[in-house]
Design a binder for this molecule. Structure first.
Ligand code: MG
Length: 155
């Protein structure tokens, strides 16, 4: 067994999509990013690569590469899983936290875990998604950013 940790943050701005865990949220602001800016999936991908000793998401899917412009992060997640599979590694369990002031993520957490589980060939019970606000403090609390942290166990 190996463990990896990942985190990500994206600035929020008008007129962008806010995608978290593959769910397109109804929000007046969205993530400023080269890809779809899915902070949750980016944190999970980084944790997977970290557990496998494969560096980080920026090395595998560089934001300077036009092919990843507007990229669907679920596609990047599946590609990261394929990188692990090439080394006979697979994800066993994920625990993650999303930090976002608004909108409320509670109604979407189950869909997010189902997306992640389906992309990684896991049972939904092996993927846990938690959601928090930052109580009005710091950039996340002011609604200026979305952040995520993830821990992934692979074998
Ligand atoms: Mg990111």
């Amino acid at each position: 067994m190996r463990i990896g940790i990942g985190r990500d943050l994206h600035r929020l701005a008008d007129g962008r999509r806010l995608v978290v865990g593959g769910v397109d949220l109804d929000s007046p602001v969205g993530a400023v990013a080269h890809s779809d800016g899915d902070a949750l999936l980016h944190a999970i991908i980084d944790a997977m690569l970290g557990a496998a000793g494969l560096g980080d998401i920026g090395e595998h899917f560089p934001d300077s590469d036009p092919q990843y412009r507007g990229a669907d992060s679920r596609d990047l997640l599946r590609r990261a899983a394929a990188q692990l599979a090439e080394r006979k590694l697979r994800v066993v369990q994920i625990d993650a936290t999303v930090m976002l002031e608004a909108p409320k993520l509670g109604p979407h957490k189950q869909t997010m875990r189902e997306h992640i589980a389906s992309d990684l060939g896991l049972a939904p019970e092996a993927v846990n998604v938690k959601a928090k606000t930052n109580e009005g403090l710091d950039a996340v609390g002011r609604g200026e950013a979305v952040a995520a942290e993830a821990v992934v166990v692979i074998e």
